[in-house]
Design a protein around this ligand. Structure first.
Ligand code: PBG
Length: 334
């Protein structure tokens, strides 16, 4: 427990807030550029940047532009980038075969980045929603999302991504048993150093709306994802999921969305003491950015404050679409 202060006026807690120098001196938490993972949307084409209407300031980039973004990340000091493909609707199938095509968009982008900036950590998304017409993170039969069949597909997908050179795999699907299955398959294939950052506590959330536009999965989504993603009312279940994924071989865990679930970040970090990340998702970005663009909020200020909140909650890092912008701001002020 904190030491209890002397009574007023011996204690005047405002003393330490009087000047900027005193305030930084006693500040407990800081966001650093090295805490950031930058999620980027990839599309086909050459020299293209296609704005995403519901995420102002964010665009889908052709691979050559993604490589430029990767170079920018390195120049800014951002340690990792995370790729999400916008898949051509013609390649979407019920069996999601494009997901483990070694030449799919995501795998080509990984290779291009690794060739240009090998020092940048590349993370990929392991989930089937970009590869089928119904927008679910699994194989669907008669309206049911099949767990074990999906895990088999995810293992193939994970192996193709590791083969392409991804450093961190991010399973965002919420199927049971996928971490263990992936970890065993990676070991067997000789990918001993591929990390798994498990989307362990991923909630069924309305805040993913703009992302589903960005990857072209929204119009298609039938029903919602609540038979596999978590119920917003639960906290103990998040602890069970994190414990389970760590036991199956995850290196790091994630809580998602971020801002409405800071209590989960705190509980996870305190209980497990493992690298813990939050994903400040598309809807969180959209909401702050919309208010800022309307002049209702100071954009830079709420961006910085919202991201610092993750550090205060115990996170080691955060996935955020603000990554390059906050990095520039932090680099300026240092
Ligand atoms: C799906 C996936 C989603 C996000 C990342 N991976 C959306 C979903 O679960 O429907 C959301 C990211 C964001 O909203 O920024 N595999």
């Amino acid at each position: 427990m904190p030491h209890s202060p002397a009574a007023y006026p011996r204690s005047r807690l405002r003393r330490q807030r009087r000047t900027p120098a005193l305030r930084v001196l006693v500040r407990e938490n800081e966001l650093r550029v090295s805490d950031l993972i930058w999620p980027v949307f990839v599309r086909e084409g050459q020299d293209l940047e296609e704005p995403i209407a519901s995420m102002p300031g964010v665009a889908r980039l052709s691979i050559d532009r993604v490589v430029r973004a990767a170079e920018e990340a390195v120049a800014l000091g951002i340690p990792a980038i995370c790729l999400f493909p916008y898949t051509d609707p013609a390649l979407k199938t019920a069996g999601c075969e494009e997901a483990w095509n070694p030449e799919n968009l995501s795998n080509r982008a990984v290779r291009a980045i690794k060739a240009a900036v090998p020092e940048l950590t590349v993370m990929t998304d392991v989930a089937l929603d970009p590869y089928n017409a119904h927008g679910h993170d699994g194989i669907v039969r008669d309206g049911v999302i099949l767990n074990d069949e999906t895990v088999e597909a995810l293992v193939r997908m994970a192996l193709a991504q590791a083969e392409a050179g991804a450093d961190i795999l991010g399973p965002s699907d919420m199927m049971d048993g996928r971490i263990g299955a992936m970890r065993d398959a990676l070991e067997q294939a000789g990918h001993k150093d591929t990390l798994i950052l498990s989307y362990a506590a991923k909630y069924a959330s309305g805040f993913y709306g703009p992302f589903r536009d960005a990857v072209g999965a929204s119009g298609a989504l039938k029903g919602d994802k609540s038979t596999y993603q978590m119920d917003a009312g639960n906290t103990d279940e998040a602890m069970r999921l994190v414990a389970r994924d760590l036991a199956e071989g995850a290196d790091m865990v994630m809580v998602k969305p971020g801002m409405p679930y800071l209590d989960i970040c705190r509980r996870v970090k305190e209980a497990f003491h493992v690298p813990t990340f939050a994903y400040q998702v598309s809807g969180e970005y959209a909401m702050l950015e919309a208010a800022a663009r309307n002049g209702w909020l100071d954009g830079d200020r709420v961006m910085a404050e919202s991201l610092l909140g993750f550090k205060r909650a115990g996170c080691d890092g955060v996935l955020t679409y603000f990554a390059p912008r906050i990095a520039r701001l932090l680099n300026q002020s240092s």
